[in-house]
Design a protein around this ligand. Structure first.
Ligand code: PDD
Length: 275
């Protein structure tokens, strides 16, 4: 079942125009929500970020928050998904190809649910990563459909037989191809501050809140390549990955090469807040 503008349609009934600006320019924004037990996790935060992405790109937000929330829950019910993800994108709309944005263009909404299992094995064992220069634009805070640098970075990880690519910009660690990153050093959590260089991750915010409640020291300050390589623990956060330890970076073990105790504790705390 697909939500396409105002309609709930079967896959075969959805017809996307080749003049959709999402197709020509990646001119659109998106969100990925996690469905736990038929519930959308942190729905308000995702919807607020979507609205902000629309505002920053001057795409008309086509519904009220309540209307959209209602439609997404209808979609989940019609799709019979209990555990999975919900993908939602809004493109600017349909118009003959021109860099100039036409006036009164009507946005196109597309959303669907997928059954996706939680990555329990990787959460347990940890994953390996490589590092790479962050070649993205300077508005990584917008969840834009333009993901070519991210997909190429992910592909680079696959080529190196690891799971994720960590981005650095002039020596500063920003985030990963599809997740945020945190390190632990001497019991302190370090993560890049929220600004134009990273996506303000919903999971990042949940993890920081839990860490704060648990009394951990949090430094939302830029950290560099050396700090990454010498960290006691490294982990990523994201809607699909939750909290996954990184146990090796550029073929070098992180600490003893095993998931660390802080990461484990945050995983336990996270488990308690999911529906
Ligand atoms: N991506 N940073 C980037 C570049 C991301 O693409 C994502 C998530 C995150 C984590 O944000 P959140 O915790 O809100 O999911 C950080 C989604 C899952 C995706 O593109 O599929």
């Amino acid at each position: 079942m697909i939500l396409y503008n105002d309609l709930f349609l079967n896959k075969e009934e959805v017809h996307i125009s080749y003049d959709d600006r999402g197709y020509y320019f990646g001119d659109g924004v998106y969100e990925v929500f996690r469905i736990y037990n038929g519930q959308l996790f942190e729905i308000e935060k995702h919807l607020q970020r979507l609205k902000r992405s629309c505002e920053e790109t001057q795409i008309t937000f086509p519904y009220t928050m309540e209307e959209l929330q209602d439609k997404l829950y209808q979609l989940i019910q019609k799709s019979f998904v209990q555990e999975g993800t919900l993908y939602l994108q809004i493109t600017r709309g349909v118009a003959p190809r021109s860099h100039v944005i036409p006036e009164n263009i009507k946005p196109v909404v597309l959303a669907y649910c997928n059954e996706v299992k939680r990555p329990l094995d990787k959460m347990q064992s940890g994953i390996k990563a490589i590092t790479q220069e962050d070649i993205r634009w300077l508005r990584c805070d917008i969840k834009s459909l333009n993901l070519l640098p991210n997909t190429l970075a992910k592909q680079n990880a696959i080529k190196h037989e690891v799971d994720e690519t960590i981005f650095h910009r002039e020596g500063i660690i920003t985030e990963c191809s599809a997740s945020n990153i945190m390190i632990v050093k001497n019991g302190e959590i370090h993560t890049h501050p929220v600004n134009h260089l990273i996506l303000n991750g919903v999971t990042r915010a949940v993890v920081l809140k839990l860490a704060n409640q648990a009394g951990f020291t949090i430094k939302e300050q830029p950290f560099d390549f050396n700090q990454l390589k010498n960290a006691d623990e490294v982990f990523i956060t994201g809607t699909t990955v939750e909290i996954i330890p990184i146990i090796s970076i550029d073929q070098q073990k992180v600490s003893n090469g095993k998931p660390g105790e802080f990461t484990r504790e945050l995983q336990r705390l996270f488990e308690k807040v999911i529906p």
